[in-house]
Design a protein around this ligand. Structure first.
Ligand code: FES
Ligand code: FES
Length: 152
């Protein structure tokens, strides 16, 4: 069944018919064309699909799109402004926190939520905040350095 739902993504609200079982990740990628959000494990294990909902990191592969009505959804596409990278994006680039890049959108969104509530996180804070985000390439050290650099 579908119902008419208004969803606000990256500050842009749109009303449309949304099937009750449509996942947020599919809504973002297929209806909104926001393909920065990645599908990794598709089962709540890897964090690649992390977006912010009302400022909190959430797994879009486990979230129903219709449940996001009235809430603010933010994706990786909200990070850059007019072609200028955010501090986190720049730091991931400069500190080599990105290799294949598949985990990077989820990492940056989780880190973004952390820096909003704690602008000066310790290494332990960063490790805890990114604990649900897996990376097969970097060994995590460069990712943590990148978040620390962005905080500076
Ligand atoms: S794709 Fe959502 S947690 Fe892995
Ligand atoms: S950079 Fe490849 S999975 Fe993290």
């Amino acid at each position: 069944m579908a119902q008419r739902v208004t969803l606000a993504v990256n500050g842009r609200a749109r009303e449309e018919a949304i099937e009750d079982n449509l996942l947020l990740i599919d809504y973002l990628r297929e209806r909104r064309g926001l393909t920065g959000t990645k599908r990794g494990c598709d089962g709540g294990e890897c964090g690649a699909c992390t977006v912010l909902i009302d400022g909190e990191p959430r797994l879009s592969c486990l979230t129903l799109a219709a449940a996001c009505e009235g809430r603010a959804v933010e994706t990786i596409e909200s990070q850059s402004r007019n072609g200028t990278l955010s501090a986190l994006q720049r730091a991931f680039h400069e500190k080599l926190g990105t290799q294949c890049g598949f985990c990077t959108p989820g990492m940056i969104m989780a880190a973004s939520a952390l820096l909003r509530r704690n602008p000066h996180p310790s290494e332990a804070d960063i490790r805890e905040a990114l604990g649900g985000n897996l990376c097969r390439c970097t060994g995590y050290v460069k990712i943590i350095e990148a978040v620390r650099e962005a905080a500076r």
